[in-house]
Structure formats: C-alpha cells, structure tokens
Design a protein around this ligand. Structure first.
Ligand SMILES: [Zn+2]
Ligand SMILES: [Zn+2]
Length: 432
C-alpha cells in the first residue's frame, strides 16, 4: 500500500513536471528555473528539463494560387506548431489554371486552328510568302516579319531585326523561321521567332544562305561562297545542309549545286546540278543523308510539289522546246504535258492546276496574249487565268498567288494583289 502510494505520487509529480516544462518553447536554451527536475526525455535535451523536439512538418491544407495553406509539426508531448504555406503560382493546363480557372494572360495564342498548321514551312526554298491558317506571313519592309489577315488590309509586324534583311521566311506551327542577311557573313544568321514575336532563337550563326525550307523539325538550306570564288564545286557551291529546328551543329547532306528545294512530310526534293551541268531530280528522306535519283539525263528547270507529284519544266535542247512535265514523288510516271514559251521563274501548283507565266500554244504557235497560264493537268487544257498582269514575277503561298505592287516613289511595297485560285477571285490588300 505504501509502495503503491509512492509510485502514484512519483507518477503524478513526473506528469506535473512534464506539463509545466512543456508548452513553453522559450525555455529551450536552458534557462529553466525549474532545476529541481531530474526528468529526462528522449531527444535534444540541453538542460534538465523538457525541450520540444518537433517531428516533420505535416501539411494540413495545401496552398493554392489564391490561398495559403497550413502545415503543422508536433512534439511527442503533444505540443503543436502551425505555419502558413505561401500561395503557389497558377498551374496552367492548356493555359487555364487548374486551381482558380483563370486563363493565362501571357498565353501564346497560335495564329491557326487545330489541323491548320503547316507541315512544310513554305512552297519552296525561295518562297517569300507563307500562308498558315488565316494569315499570310512576309517581309513588308525588309527588316521586319509581318503578318496579314488574308481577307483584310493592313499588316501587323511580328518581329523586327536591328540590322540586316529578312529573307527565306518559313512558317511551321507556332514558329516563323527566317534568314537574316547581314552586311557580312559573320553578321548573317538563321533564326526563329514565335508567330506573336516572342521567343527569338538563333539557329545557325555566320552563314550565307541561298535557299531554305523547314520540314519535319529540320531546317534545310543551301550555302554559297559570298565572294563568288570556290575551291571545290561540290563543297562550296550550293551544297545542302540540315540542322535541327532547335539548333545544334549543321551537317552537309548533299554536294552542290543543289537548288529548287521543295518538301513534303517524308522527303526533301531538289534539283542537283554537277559542275558539268548534268541535272537530276533527287530526294532525301527526312533524317537521312543519302539521296535517291528520281529523274536524270534531262535539262530541268523549276520544281513544285503537290500531293504525290513533282512538276517542273524540261528543256529539249535539240529542238529547243520547253515543256511542262511531272514525275511521281517516288520517281515513277514521268509525264510530259504541253509546250511552254520558256521556263518561267514563277511556277506553282494548286490541286490539279499548274500556274506559270507565258502564253497558250495553239496550232503550232503561241498565241499573242500572254499572262498567267493555268494548266489543268487532269484535263490537259490550259487558259489564261489573269490577263491583267504583265509578265512579271509572282509568289505563291498555298492556294494563293501573290503579285506585289510597289510604290516606286516611296520605294516600298504598297499592296498585294492576291489571286485566290480556289475561288477564282482577286483582291488587292493595302499593306498599311
Ligand atoms: Zn514538448
Ligand atoms: Zn490560379
């Protein structure tokens, strides 16, 4: 009985000590007046009394972008400490915050709807106009990349370079790829910027680019000796290079001279001309380095692609006859269509119609009227689609044919006359 009383008394006393020393975190540095205690608890004890030894912080409520959260930690004595967890950044999923449902004010807004993104950055390696979605991209004043709603006058400048001239514009999804020709090769480069002008990235520095086309995450381009002098024709005169759209080390994948770059989602196609002037049409699969010969032993000019066909002009040098011809993208089905006056620098294909500048051939001679010829490869018939243009250069962008109207006094591009081939409609849109 006496023994039990003693045990109970000690127990009560111990509990009393425990609670009096607990709950006062300030006593941790050992200035504890209660020095009569002999109590020793597990943990960092620096004095003869209990010092809180807290466990890991445990989250009580998660913070959101709008409200802070709370966390707590507990000592074995039962004491708790609580702290706020600061608010966190918005968590955007498809540019809408998953917590507060607010949309991302800095969100990049693509210029196209789903399914409208280009597969290839332009119609050819020399194209200066590219359409994607409802926009047309081009350089309105040399040092700018501009975009224009295809149905509306006025341009929006996407990006401006401080020095140099913007060329070889390609548009692929969210990015505009371009070559900036500086005053020297050292100041010339390939770069890209998003279609809203953000995220400028240099891809290749110190490079002299002639043609450039972007397809399948790859920038293809040809280079040239800027002084016109070359040591090795194959290595120095328009060899074909490729580099990832994300940059890295460029790689030469074909000897020069390479020209008339066109592409689809599987291959890049081009005309290869060697030093002896023996042209061939070739292709290289994206990601590969070896070329297949599709057409050889022909004098070939220009190259355009539509679906699974390549179109070009062949020249029969014995009779001095130029003809429109095509070959399948796998090299099969070589077809010669009608005679053309001569090869035309401007040539493009929209669906089953080939457009070029020239005249119509009737009863063994070319008719007087000339202009924009539309040759239907299905019916093998041709017509002058537009007579009101002089025999000058035109550009193509998807199903649009573009005629540039210069203000020669102001020395600038004044407007674009756009021929909507699908609707057979012409519109002139002012630049500013
Ligand atoms: Zn404690
Ligand atoms: Zn939020």
């Amino acid at each position: 009985m006496k023994k039990l009383t003693l045990i109970v008394t000690i127990s009560i006393l111990s509990l009393f000590m425990l609670f009096t020393s607990c709950g006062n975190a300030d006593n941790q540095d050992g200035n504890n007046e209660n020095n009569s205690s002999e109590t020793t608890l597990e943990g960092d004890v620096t004095t003869d009394t209990h010092v809180h030894k807290y466990g890991e912080w445990v989250t009580v409520s998660e913070p959101t972008c709008k409200e802070s959260g709370t966390k707590e930690r507990t000592c074995s004595c039962g004491s708790k400490e609580t702290e706020d967890i600061p608010t966190v950044a918005h968590k955007y999923v498809n540019n809408v915050c998953s917590m507060c449902k607010q949309s991302n004010p800095d969100a990049f807004v693509p210029d196209y709807s789903e399914g409208e993104a280009n597969v290839v950055g332009g119609d050819s390696g020399l194209s200066r106009y590219v359409s994607q979605g409802s926009y047309l991209y081009f350089s309105a004043s040399g040092n700018t990349i501009d975009k224009m709603k295809i149905n509306k006058s006025g341009v929006q400048t996407v990006y401006q370079v401080s020095a140099g001239r913007i060329m070889n514009i390609n548009v692929l999804g969210d990015w505009v790829y371009f070559y900036c020709e500086g005053s020297t090769v050292g100041k010339s480069y390939i770069a890209r910027v998003r279609t809203d002008g953000s995220g400028f990235e240099k891809i290749v520095s110190s490079v002299a680019v002639w043609e450039m086309i972007v397809a399948k995450d790859t920038v293809y381009y040809t280079t040239f000796p800027t002084d016109g002098e070359y040591k090795d024709f194959a290595k120095d005169v328009m060899p074909l290079y490729c580099v990832s759209v994300n940059g890295g080390t460029p790689k030469q994948i074909h000897d020069g001279a390479v020209g008339e770059l066109v592409a689809d989602d599987k291959f890049i196609y081009f005309i290869h001309d060697n030093e002896d002037g023996d042209p061939s049409i070739r292709r290289i699969k994206h990601g590969n380095t070896s070329s297949d010969v599709l057409v050889e032993n022909k004098e070939i000019y220009n190259l355009a692609i539509e679906g699974s066909k390549l179109y070009f002009f062949e020249h029969n040098k014995y009779d001095d006859i130029y003809s429109l011809a095509s070959v399948a993208t796998n090299g099969g089905g070589y077809t010669v269509f009608g005679k053309v006056m001569q090869y035309s620098d401007s040539m493009c294909v929209v669906g089953n119609k080939v457009y070029y500048l020239g005249g119509l051939y009737r009863e063994n001679e070319f008719l007087e009227s000339a202009g924009l010829v539309e040759y239907n490869v299905s019916t093998k018939t041709d017509r002058i689609a537009r007579e009101d243009y002089e025999l000058i250069d035109f550009q193509s962008a998807g199903n649009l044919l573009i005629f540039e109207n210069y203000d020669y006094e102001a020395e600038r591009l004044d407007s674009l006359t756009i021929y909507f081939t699908d609707k057979n409609v012409v519109k002139t849109l002012k630049i500013s």
